[in-house]
Structures are given as C-alpha cells and as structure tokens.
Design a protein around this ligand. Structure first.
Ligand code: CDT
Length: 302
C-alpha cells in the first residue's frame, strides 16, 4: 500500500511587528514537530512569512516590498530549508514573491514546494486573486488585486518522492476548476495555504457560514476529484483582523481526517492512504470512462 504522512502546520497570527527571523523560528519549530510525528511533507499557510498585508492600502513601493521575498531561500529563510534537509521533511510554503528576472518588477502570491533534501521542487502562483485595487466603503479592505499579478504558471503537478502533488492558495480553494485542473493533471495530494477573514463587512449576515464555506469546497474538491487535500490556515487576531483557522486534512471520500482545535501555531498529522484514491475512483469517478469533455466546452470558453 502507498501512503504519504502529511502535516498541516497552521500558524497563529504573524504580526507586522514580527521580524522575519522570529517568524522563521516559529516555522522551524512547527517543522520539527511535524518531523517528530513522522510526517513526510508539511504545508504552511499562504503568506506564511508576514502579516496578511492586503488589508492595508499602501502606496509606497518600499513599504509594500518589505512584505516580499526577492530570493527563495533568502538570507532569513535559508534556515527553514536547512531544517528541512536536516529533518528530512519537505514543505510547501506560501509567500509574496518579487520577481525582477525580466527586468520589470512583478509581484505574485506564491507557494513553493521544497523536497526533503531542502531543494526547490516547483512553484505555483495564485490564480484566483480576490478583492480589488482600491478600498471601497462598506466592503472589507482586501487589496490583493492591487499588490499581485495573476498567476501565470498554470496548475502544475509535481513529483514529490513518487507522489503527485499540486498546490493552491486561499481563494483558489473555493473554485471547482482548481481541483479539476489539478485532478486532470494527475494530482493525488493538493496542499493549500490560506488567510481568511472571519468577518466581511459586505455580508455580515453570512458570518455564521465562514467555517462551513471554508470546508465545503475543499471537501467537495477532494471528493469529486479523488484527491487528498491538506490545508493550512493563518489564524487568530492578526494586526486587529480576526482570521479563521479550521486547518484540516481531507480524504478523497470528502471526510475530514484531521482538524485543528486552536487558532494558534498547531500541527496536525495524518497518514494518507493513497490507495483510497483508486477505490473512490472506481465507485464513481473514473474520469476516462464517464466524463464528457466534449460537452464541457463552455467551461473553458467563459
Ligand atoms: N487570501 C484570500 O484569498 N482570502 C479570501 C478572502 C477574500 S475576502 C474579499 C478567501 O477566499 O478566503
């Protein structure tokens, strides 16, 4: 039987006042706990190195770029990669990427997959960028579209020690296309990082549904695409904004296999049975046999 032991490393809030060194210390401590629990891969949240800054309207490039990484690993993040190699556990890490390789400055909301040797495996850039470019009255300030370009690397699926792994970031997890693209790409495991505000000024009446709407699409995505989903939140009161936790590991049956119980730094681990994927496929989701892609053209056109 094939298994992958997955750790979800939820973090509590990462305040703007925290230094990168302090934050990397926390991530290394979480990775140590994951390795002690025999996990083979760990997933960290979206923007795991900084506060979720799109809640602020900023103009100044230097102020904005202080939240970004120009090199990965960089001086302050190298220790996490070294810890991975020493502990023999890889990770997926969300961060804000500054790319100057084309001569032009480009900013992406990014997640990298790193192997148990501490070496880079692959990169994903967030596709579904929510919010807007300007703050508007009556709406929670969420300016991801001001600070980030749209992802341009597709929905890649990587080989992680013989397991096919895809990545996604926050709002991506609400869209069925994310899981379908990764599923069609052969993913067996989808690692997700997120930052989700508990309260939305535009829809206070939906407040009680925030956690339901967190788990619903991830459980459906896992079930309908017969993949394991492991999702790490940034949680708690971050610079005055409450972020939901609810980090979890979901089986291809759609069941929650593990779930956090805090809004703090916390590790949950599950030994994922990869053979369960074939069982679930046989029951209902033999893509080759049953799907009707010739009838789905509208999905790709609109
Ligand atoms: N980080 C992120 O994508 N958060 C969004 C909140 C959008 S609120 C305008 C989410 O889907 O959780």
């Amino acid at each position: 039987a094939r298994h992958l032991t997955i750790a979800v490393c939820q973090t509590g809030p990462i305040q703007r006042s925290a230094t990168r060194a302090e934050t990397v210390d926390r991530l290394v401590a979480l990775l140590e706990r994951a390795a002690a629990a025999k996990a083979e891969v760990a997933v960290f949240p979206e923007m795991a190195l900084t506060s979720f800054f799109p809640r602020w309207e900023m103009e100044d490039d230097a102020e904005i770029e202080a939240f970004f990484e120009e090199a990965m690993p960089g001086q302050e993040t190298r220790r996490l990669y070294e810890a991975a190699a020493a502990l023999k556990i890889g990770f997926a890490l969300g961060y804000s990427e500054l790319d100057r390789s084309s001569g032009k400055t480009r900013r992406y909301n990014t997640m990298d997959l790193v192997g148990p040797d501490g070496k880079f495996i692959g990169r994903y850039r967030k596709m579904h960028i929510p919010g807007g470019t300007e703050a508007s009255a009556g709406t929670t300030t969420h300016l991801e579209r001001r600070y980030f370009e749209l992802g341009d690397l597709g929905f890649p699926v990587f080989d992680y020690c013989g397991v096919r792994v895809g990545l996604a970031l926050c709002n991506d997890r609400r869209w069925p296309e994310t899981y379908r693209m990764l599923g069609l790409g052969g993913a067996e495991v989808v690692l997700i990082g997120y930052n989700t505000p508990l309260l939305l000024d535009e829809a206070p009446s939906l407040g009680h549904l925030r956690m339901f709407h967190n788990h619903l699409p991830m459980q459906a995505g896992a079930y309908q695409n017969t993949v394991w989903v492991a999702a790490a939140a940034k949680a708690g009161n971050e610079d005055g904004q409450q972020l939901i936790g609810g980090s979890c590991i979901i089986a291809p049956t759609g069941e929650l296999a593990a779930q956090v119980t805090s809004l703090d730094d916390e590790v949950i681990v599950h030994r994922a049975d990869l053979d369960l994927i074939a069982v679930c496929r046989k029951v209902n989701f033999d893509f080759e046999l049953y799907r009707r892609p010739d009838q789905y053209r509208l999905i790709a056109e609109r």
